[in-house]
Design a protein around this ligand. Sequence first.
Ligand code: FES
Length: 162
Amino acid sequence: MNPEATNRRTVLMAGAGSVAALATGCGSDGDSGGTTDNPTPTGEVTTDEPSTPATSSPETTEPGEEDGEALTTITDVPVGGGTIFKEEKVVVTQPTAGDFKAFSAVCTHQGCIVGKVENGTIDCLCHGSKFKITDGSVVVGPATRPLPAEEITVSGDSITLA
Ligand code: FES
């Protein structure tokens, strides 16, 4: 007796749920079609969102899928030195052969773009600050903060901003 009662209750509840679902479906259908003149159904708005360009996504670096800006080639960055890319505001260094680093080229003192890479340092010509090519840390002030690291990808001969 008890199992039968349970079964009926379950069936009744399931039936009630289905009716509610149907009612909701009909209600929303009628609402979107008749009362508003919104030309885009909710479904379309949802599919638009993922197609937004991922300009600031930091985790999109898959080997072979990297589609960042091609910055330079490895031969353009001297071993023990570096190359400044003023437009991109990036300095790429190669402290030892095959070991590439990149830093912001914006001096942390007052925002000048650094001027040269020489004798193991990235030098700002505005007030004389110098930063290590190995980690961007300050060697000579007045700057007190290191140059922030930038992400690059070295793939074959090319160096790409990540
Ligand atoms: Fe670079 Fe002052 S802005 S040292």
